[in-house]
Design a protein around this ligand. Structure first.
Ligand code: DAH
Length: 343
């Protein structure tokens, strides 16, 4: 019996735990009704009277140690749990800083930046002009005759009680400002927001974005324009892209053309994006009308140039296969989060 007591004493002394469950199991194993120490008290009844005193003392000592151990460990574990809980409510100053979620650029900005950088690589510089324009820069200098039906091409928002002031209907107004202020050679692109009084639908909006291009120098030809636009189309839509120029009319260019690119989705075979034609119209262009050069004090006998203009929404819709223009303006995060770009 003495051996059993000593073995249990050693076990009690050596016992350590971090868990309440383990401590409870220890208590039951030692001190509960069917526990090891309780069992020894049963055995004690049959101990010889000569040994009783010493054995009784040892047994009581064992019971005391076990009870103390359980109480000590219990209060320590309870204190630790309380400290941990209190710590959770306080800020942990040692914690690594959280990262702010990084936003993504709007798809129209991504496309505008791509267009800009394609032209910047071949020497075009960016210029900007005001969104509220006068009649001269938006129409007259660009060879739109007074009362001419050509002005009906673009439904204008006029500023109240000031018939000469309007929201610009195209970024071509910026080319007038640049030509008025700079001497050729001029190589510039002008991205910006434009406004037209149109009913909002999947294909039209009263606010949209354009990029205007202008190149003026001595001896600039239609062939120069065609080559520049072919370079742009291939950078934008892929190396295999073909372009096609169709005759058109704009008051500020002569001759004028509209440019189509071969559909990059079906490779020109025909699909629902290109409406089974194999071609997608992306911009207007032409040789700057000599009247426009003269309006801006540039000698049309010495200088010639080309201009072009395209809608950013239209290019973005083609590239990302977006069927409804209104998506760009709704700020629906489920839509916007699909566009991530570093540029
Ligand atoms: N300003 C025209 C528009 O908004 C686009 C355009 C066509 C611009 C031909 C040009 C050009 O510079 O040469 O529809």
């Amino acid at each position: 019996m003495i051996d059993k007591i000593n073995a249990l004493l050693a076990e009690v002394d050596g016992f350590e735990t971090q868990s309440m469950e383990e401590l409870e199991a220890f208590r039951i194993r030692m001190l509960a009704k069917k526990g090891a120490i309780t069992a020894l008290f049963q055995d004690f009844k049959s101990v010889e009277p000569s040994q009783r005193k010493e054995m009784g003392q040892r047994l009581n000592q064992l019971k005391q140690s076990a009870t103390q151990k359980v109480e000590q460990l219990k209060s320590r574990l309870e204190a630790e749990a309380a400290a941990q809980k209190a710590g959770k409510d306080k800020p942990d100053l040692g914690m690594p800083a959280g990262f702010n979620p990084i936003g993504s650029r709007h798809p129209l900005s991504v496309v505008r930046n791509r267009i800009n950088s394609i032209f910047e690589r071949i020497g075009f510089v960016i210029s900007e002009g005001p969104e509220v324009e006068d009649d001269w820069h938006n129409f007259s200098a660009l060879n739109f005759p007074e009362e001419h039906p050509a002005r009906d091409m673009q439904d204008t928002f006029f500023v109240e009680k000031q018939p000469d002031i309007a929201l610009r209907t195209h970024t071509s107004s910026v080319q007038v400002r640049v030509m008025e202020n700079q001497k050729p050679p001029i190589r510039t692109i002008s991205p910006g927001r434009v406004f037209r009084n149109e009913a909002i639908s999947a294909r039209a909006h009263c606010i949209f974005h354009q990029v205007e291009g202008l190149y003026i120098d001595e001896g600039v030809s239609f062939a120069d324009m065609k080559q520049t636009l072919l370079y742009f189309a291939r950078e934008m839509f892929g190396k295999e892209t073909q372009i096609r120029l169709r005759p058109s009319f704009f008051p500020f260019t002569e001759p004028s053309a509209e440019m189509d690119v071969s559909c990059s989705l079906c490779g020109g075979k025909g699909c629902n994006i290109c409406k089974y034609s194999g071609w997608i119209e992306i911009m207007g262009c032409g040789m700057v009308d000599p009247n426009v050069l003269e309006n801006c004090n540039i000698d049309s006998n010495k200088y010639s140039g080309y201009a072009f203009g395209m809608g950013i929404e239209r290019i973005a819709m083609i590239i990302y296969q977006i069927k409804d223009l209104r998506m760009f303006f709704e700020n629906d995060l489920r839509f916007l989060r699909q566009f991530t770009s570093a540029i």
